[in-house]
Design a protein around this ligand. Structure first.
Ligand SMILES: Cc1cc2nc3c(=O)[nH]c(=O)nc-3n(C[C@H](O)[C@H](O)[C@H](O)COP(=O)(O)OP(=O)(O)OC[C@H]3O[C@@H](n4cnc5c(N)ncnc54)[C@H](O)[C@@H]3O)c2cc1C
Length: 458
């Protein structure tokens, strides 16, 4: 019987294992997970009497792959209870204008938007008349945005929305690997704003942008493990090395070695580099170059009677270095739950490229700073009834300029039978990770079928 070892039990590894078994229930599949629970960043935290998501709280619905996976697993999906969001300004929270991919989609609303100066608005509107200069090669997202909508609209509107998804700096992220649509928009429409207007029209009535399993995103890995069979998922078992054994491989762990016809490395890329350093040094060299940023989630539960202190919106984003957080989700508005009662529940995101030093502070100081800033903006008390900080060290891969070439170089360096998958490569969100895992499972199946045929011929 052919065997596959999947290293890493996050959503990438678990989905790969699930898809492999779907294709061939007889295949021997083992998932090795270093932590004492599967799920990776898809996990929950307990605060007051509540269990809420500690990492992602939703995923994109318009990329179908995670939605389809949830349907297959019988997970019911919830739609957000609020729409619209705010942006942090020196004079308080200001509603975001209509956007598509972070680009203003309504010229009238942009002209009236109070968070930009007259010069800033003029700079943004120049996009409508400025000559297009589409680039043949990858370029920094910031270079494209600044060229089209100017510095002020980039820094005060688009960067907090787009950079925030990567906890990244738009001047460092590459367009091709993050928002290739924007390069296509410049090429096709000659204007990002005109393209955003068209995209927004086309998407109207298309349903919510984000969804989540009713019980929380952390329900997804739980359902995957149930479908895979928990005996196939070995927690507290970190792999230490992958070595060749003729045409096959051996995965080393502290508990012993596992032979495998195929190995899927579904860890963060820096861990993949360590596992492959001696066996595939070329791949490890490229893997080492994918930079990660550390972040943290601060969860706050306020006392009874505070629910109405939150505006009817999903939350707000913060332009770089304006506050000790990069964004906040009004959880009790976005994902209302009877368990919240009449309490305001907020999750704040702390730390991003260029502001990781905020995380050097002690948990209490981070909570204090975040809560004080919230109380200055909203009619909330200066202290929440319960609070917790979940730190996510080296959690957000940064797709720099040329990232996709680096990923191709990694894939080209890997020998037949070793695969990498996860959010370090071709999409940081859950939906893209599920798509990538589905694709890699197909490639593993083809590889394993090939090794069986070769054995029969011998
Ligand atoms: C704070 C935060 C908020 C986010 N919010 C969203 C969101 O709202 N929507 C969205 O779509 N995405 C969001 N993301 C991104 C999302 O979390 C990722 O897309 C997803 O978790 C990637 O899954 P993965 O399996 O690739 O990686 P991981 O979840 O990191 O899983 C990798 C696993 O490999 C294990 N591992 C590492 N080394 C070894 C080893 N040597 N041996 C065995 N196991 C090992 C790790 O313990 C881990 O469990 C967020 C991320 C963060 C950090």
């Amino acid at each position: 019987m052919s065997s596959v070892v999947v290293i890493g039990g996050g959503v990438a590894g678990l989905t790969t294992a699930y898809r492999l078994l779907q294709g061939d229930p007889e295949l021997s599949v083992t998932v090795l997970e270093a932590a004492d629970r599967p799920g990776g960043r898809l996990t929950s935290l307990e605060i007051a009497d509540l269990e809420i998501d500690a990492g992602p709280d939703s995923f994109v619905a318009r990329k179908p792959w995670a939605v389809e996976l949830c349907h297959e697993l019988g997970l019911r999906l919830a739609e957000p209870g609020a729409s619209g969001a705010y942006i942090w300004t020196d004079s308080g929270l200001v509603p975001l204008p209509p956007t598509a991919l972070g680009i203003p989609a309504d010229v009238g609303a942009l002209i009236r938007w109070p968070a930009l100066s007259r010069v800033g608005r003029f700079g943004a509107l120049s996009d409508l008349v400025r000559k297009a200069r589409p680039q043949d090669n990858d370029e920094a997202l910031g270079a494209l945005l600044r060229r089209r909508v100017g510095d002020e609209a980039t820094d005060r509107l688009v960067a907090p929305l787009l950079g925030g998804l990567f906890a990244g700096d738009v001047d460092e992220l590459g367009v091709r690997s993050t928002f290739p649509e924007l390069a296509a928009w410049e090429r096709t429409f000659g204007s990002l704003i005109r393209a955003a207007r068209a995209a927004s029209k086309a998407a109207s009535g298309a349903g919510p942008i984000f969804v989540k399993p009713v019980a929380g995103v952390h329900a997804l890995p739980r359902s995957l493990v149930a479908a895979i069979g928990d005996l196939r998922v070995r927690t507290s078992t970190g792999a230490t090395e992958v070595v060749r054994d003729g045409e096959a491989f051996v995965v080393r762990t502290a508990d012993g070695d596992l032979g495998a016809d195929g190995v899927v490395v579904a860890t963060p890329s820096f861990a993949a580099a360590d596992l492959l350093r001696d066996t595939v040094p070329d791949a490890a060299r490229h893997l080492d170059q994918i930079r990660y940023v550390s972040t943290a989630v601060v969860a706050l539960v306020y006392g009874e009677g505070t629910a109405d202190a939150l505006p009817d919106a999903t939350g707000f984003v913060v332009p770089k270095e304006c506050a000790p957080m990069t964004a906040a989700t009004f959880l009790s508005r976005k994902w209302p739950d009877p368990a919240f009662g009449d309490r305001a529940v907020v999750r704040c995101f702390v730390g991003a490229a260029g502001t990781e030093d905020v995380l050097d502070a002690a948990d209490e100081d981070i909570v204090d700073a975040v809560a004080r800033h919230l109380a200055a903006l909203l009619p909330l008390p200066e202290r929440a009834d319960a609070s917790t900080v979940v730190r996510w060290p080296r959690s957000m891969p940064q797709y720099g300029v040329g990232h996709l070439d680096r990923v191709s170089a990694i894939e080209a360096a890997l020998p037949s039978g070793i695969f990498v998958v996860g959010n370090a490569y071709r999409g940081v969100g859950i939906a893209d990770t599920v798509r990538a895992a589905t694709e890699v499972a197909e490639r593993v199946r083809t590889h394993v079928a090939g090794t069986v045929r070769t054995e029969k011929v011998r």
